[in-house]
Design a protein around this ligand. Structure first.
Ligand code: NAP
Ligand code: HSE
Length: 411
């Protein structure tokens, strides 16, 4: 099979290396069976490692789409356009499509599935969620027997790297973000990693498959982790908590709730021990019960492994039809299913404001625990709905210089 690689950054490089440097068992014996015929890049004159064959590089998509020998396009570019348009064109020309791009899959899932089915080609996107974890394949397999009504997990390597390094090494947010970028984990615009968009796209893809309904990024409530400080991290350690950026969706009858937010877990929770760029996904089936999947969620080799796994699937099963159906209509009930005690930290600019801030919290919740350190107020509330605490946070932000809050899960 002749393939084209679209993108030669972190992921594209990994794919190239597995196929051309015989890193994988299959490719060691299959040089004549699979070859990369063309590579699309944005800047053909960019300085690259000389081991990459310059003769394969092009900056013209037309070169690829009009090459009848190329049967499969592997997308590792990023962004929404021109990737979405290129994918549609590839499918219309009856070429298989593999992608690592969660932005395109989550937004245009229904269109791309329809187009792939109409043209009898395969559309695979294992690397778009959980890096090297084979979660999409496993979800499809589990669904053959089970109804899945809950998904929970750590789905972003960059933010998990930041939170675990802040907790274990006392580093500050911006320094660790820079490290994650240097390691190739972060998105081109890293705000997607720390403000929740990357996670909500991944949760959207998993929830769409599991619940059989096209759920989009915009249907998922998200709140970022930018405001977490060293003082919070120290407090979590004292209280026996670990902060994680959790993706969570639930299906109840004919509605779903989905959120991406920082949460506090007991230090004994399995998810508390998932560190650095590792991800974990838990799914609940009505027959099998809870299943958990763990592995590297970002980075060159893990992600390329997932992409190349899709390629092998096509080589072995290219004539099969995908049975995914995401046409079910479900209503979105926002945060209705999520409630718990909350940790709230408010930086109180003016000492005279302490009393009014405590009164504001008291109005919506009994304060279970309260600590004051210099100009910082730390509070643990009683059980609150997520929407109540969001309203409270809006009010508090008017008073505090900075605020951070997180739901306490399972303690
Ligand atoms: P990257 O390092 O920024 O590389 C992007 C590549 O795409 C570059 O080679 C770039 O060309 C090329 N490109 C971008 N826009 C293009 C355009 N308009 N026309 C032609 N070529 C274009 O990105 P990455 O980290 O490999 O990520 C690629 C995709 O995989 C993204 O969708 C990302 O979300 C997803 N993903 C990444 C990871 C990870 O750990 N990095 C994990 C899972 C999924 P130049 O080289 O000429 O600039
Ligand atoms: N930026 C993403 C992450 C890449 O850090 O998880 C993997 O999807």
């Amino acid at each position: 099979m002749k393939v084209a690689l679209l993108g030669m950054g972190t992921v594209g490089t990994g794919v190239y290396e597995i196929i051309n440097e015989e890193k994988g068992n299959y490719f060691a014996n299959a040089q004549d069976k699979v070859s990369i015929k063309k590579i699309l890049v944005r800047d053909i004159n960019k300085k690259r490692n000389p081991k990459f064959d310059k003769n394969l590089m092009t900056d013209s998509f037309e070169d690829i789409i009009n090459d009848d020998e190329i049967e499969t396009l592997i997308f590792a570019m990023g962004g929404m356009e021109p990737e979405f348009t290129f994918m549609k064109k590839a499918m219309e020309k009856k070429k298989h499509v593999i992608t690592a791009n969660k932005a395109v899959v989550s937004e245009h899932f229904d269109t791309l599935l329809d187009l792939a089915n109409k043209n009898n080609i395969m559309f695979l996107f294992e690397a778009s969620v959980g890096g090297g974890i084979p979660i999409i394949t496993s979800l499809k397999e589990t669904l053959k027997i089970n109804r899945i009504d809950e998904i929970k997990g750590i789905l972003n390597g960059t933010s998990n790297y930041i939170l675990s390094k802040m907790a274990s090494e006392g580093k500050n947010f911006d320094d660790v973000l820079k490290q994650a970028q240097d390691l190739g984990f972060a998105e081109a615009d890293p705000s997607a990693d720390v403000d929740g968009y990357d996670v909500s796209r991944k949760l959207a893809i998993l929830s769409s498959i599991a619940f059989g309904s096209h759920i989009k990024d915009e249907d998922i409530y998200k709140r970022g982790i930018r405001n977490v400080s060293k003082a919070d991290m120290e407090m979590f350690e004292n209280l026996g908590f670990v902060l994680k950026y959790l993706a969570h969706s639930k299906l109840v009858d004919d509605y779903y709730c989905a959120s991406v937010e920082p949460v506090l877990l007991s230090s004994k929770d399995i998810m508390s021990n998932v560190n650095e760029e590792f991800n974990i996904v838990s799914i609940k089936g009505n027959i099998i019960g809870e299943l958990q999947f763990y592995g590297k969620g970002a980075g060159k080799n893990a992600t390329a492994n997932a992409v190349v796994g899709d390629l092998l699937y096509i080589i072995n099963n290219g004539d099969k039809k995908d049975e995914l159906d995401i046409s079910r209509k479900l209503s979105n009930r926002g945060l209705e299913e999520f409630e718990g005690k909350y940790y709230i930290r408010v930086d109180v600019g003016n000492h005279d404001d302490f009393k009014s801030i405590i009164d504001m919290i008291d109005e919506v919740s009994k304060i279970k625990k309260m600590m004051v350190e210099k100009d910082k107020l730390f509070v643990i509330t009683e059980e609150l709905s997520a929407s109540t605490v969001n309203l409270l946070a809006e009010k508090l932000e008017k008073y505090g210089n900075s605020i951070f809050y997180a739901r306490i899960v399972g303690k």
